[in-house]
Design a protein around this ligand. Sequence first.
Ligand code: UDP
Ligand code: MG
Length: 316
Amino acid sequence: MKPVYSVVIPAYNEQEVIAETYRRLTSVMRGMGETYELVFVNDGSRDETAKIIAGFCESDSSVRLLNFTRNFGHMPALTAGMDYAQGAAVFVIDADLQDPPEVFPQMAALWKQGYDVVYGKRKRRRGETVFKRWSAKIFYRLINALTTVELPVDTGEFRLIDRKVCDAVNQLHEKNRYIRGLVSWVGFKQVAVEYVREERFAGETKYPLKKMLAFAMDALTSFSYKPLKLATTLGFFISLLSFVYMLFILFQRLFTDTTITGWASTVGLILFTQGIVLMILGLMGEYIGRIYDEIKNRPVYILREKLGYENAEKAD
Ligand code: UDP
Ligand code: MG
């Protein structure tokens, strides 16, 4: 029998929190009084995370563990969880308890009222650095300004999605997956639930600046061509400016006798335009690299093993 609810939990080096996460999720899910499964995805953790979860699998038949062969990243981990989740509704939550599972019943109630996606919207973020909060704020607004799909602001991966939304997203085979964007893109009836984002229960963030930037680039390139058009617009304005400047030089040459001492301006202009050209080239590279990823058509993740499915499959 397929469970009513699946909970997808990506985990990367979360040995300090994972037991507490399991405890809180279990108590919330039991309280909801319907069948459920907890789908943990171990994204190549180098600590004891996998071992701890495997322990839960042995004592609790509602726990599943998908073990990756290495660290593939947060989005691939969610992709795997969503591929294997069997529930009629699928919750997605981080392993660090920053998103409170106690919001689940409220999300489920909205789902039962007929909403297909119930996403958590952060009313406040506790215990995160000013830099993280501001970079996130600017990021969500920038993305929205540059893309045509409406992507809800201040929303992470904390949400409930209906089976049909999960299937729809699983059918999108792009490799660099910005999942919250894909969920918006597929449409359906969506609604927000506000919550306060808590401090991490333990451990530290697995999103250093480098990963955050890569993530932002994925989001941008997956949903917008506007940066590519930047080249055209900038090129046009720079040509226009150069033309006006040329007229000015011509005028100087013909009608005045000021000696031309234009070294500074020449060098300045060259550096400026070269900088822009390089920037645009880099941007093109970002898109081309992603096209290359698609062409290679490698899987988004590779599983080493699946635990907790033996009983579940027999019961089917
Ligand atoms: N995560 C993952 N693979 C990664 C990085 C993160 O599965 O390569 C998981 C991590 O264990 C957590 C979630 O993704 O459950 C969000 O990560 P984190 O809490 O570190 O990000 P933050 O909340 O600081 O943005
Ligand atoms: Mg976190």
